[in-house]
Write a protein that binds this ligand. Structure first.
Ligand code: ZN
Length: 209
């Protein structure tokens, strides 16, 4: 089905020194060796990390007490058609005004491409989705939204963007890498690893032309 189509990896690499949310050291992953051929007959690695590290998916419980966890996510929500929207001209945050002429329709999964994908600003002054932008996407009844920052918002008291999206069962993907992706329609694979009782999980996100 996908032969002869270009496949794009839009995920971050998980490494000990990768960028993490606001540069907090406690959020850096730890990759260590659990055993190798000097001590046994197999090579094994241990990974310790916050579930919001690198490319990942957020569920309602992340911001809403008693909210849904990963067990209720349907694969149809994350294996789906999607639209990449070019917002690389946005300077600080994405508002409704930036989105209105982007032909966003009910049921869309929208990936927001910003200058985060090109610049070394992931840990600090990253571009995010501001409250009016989130409200617009909610009113359009989209199924999901992804962004090329480690948080879909920052410095907004009470997290209105996360809450507006998650209350309406809109999937949030964070930590995408969209440098090589042009605006347009694609097929998205963004299934998280399955840890049923948690609020987020890492994703190897892939786009197919
Ligand atoms: Zn998150």
């Amino acid at each position: 089905m996908f032969e002869n189509r270009k496949i794009y990896d839009i995920s971050m690499k998980i490494t000990n020194d990768m960028p993490v949310y606001k540069g907090k050291e406690a959020k850096r992953p730890k990759i260590t060796n659990d055993g190798d051929f000097s001590s046994g007959s197999a090579y094994e690695t241990r990974l310790e990390m916050n579930l919001h590290t690198g490319t990942h998916l957020d569920r309602p419980l992340h911001m809403i007490p008693g909210g849904d966890k990963l067990d209720t996510l349907r694969l149809e929500q994350v294996v789906t058609n999607c639209k990449v929207v070019d917002l690389t001209g946005v300077k600080e945050y994405i508002t409704e005004k930036d989105l209105v002429d982007k032909n966003i329709e009910e049921g869309d999964f929208i990936l927001l491409k910003t200058r985060n994908s090109f610049e070394n600003i992931l840990e600090t002054n990253f571009i995010y989705l501001e409250e009016t932008g989130a409200k617009y996407l909610k009113e359009r009844k989209i199924k999901g939204v992804g962004i090329d920052s480690l948080g879909i918002e920052r410095n907004q008291p009470k997290h209105p963007t996360h809450i507006m999206l998650l209350e309406n069962d809109i999937v949030i993907l964070e930590g995408l890498r969209l440098k090589d992706i042009e605006e347009g329609k694609y097929f998205l694979f963004a299934a998280p690893i399955f840890i049923p009782d948690v609020e987020a999980a890492p994703v190897r996100a892939i786009l197919i032309q």
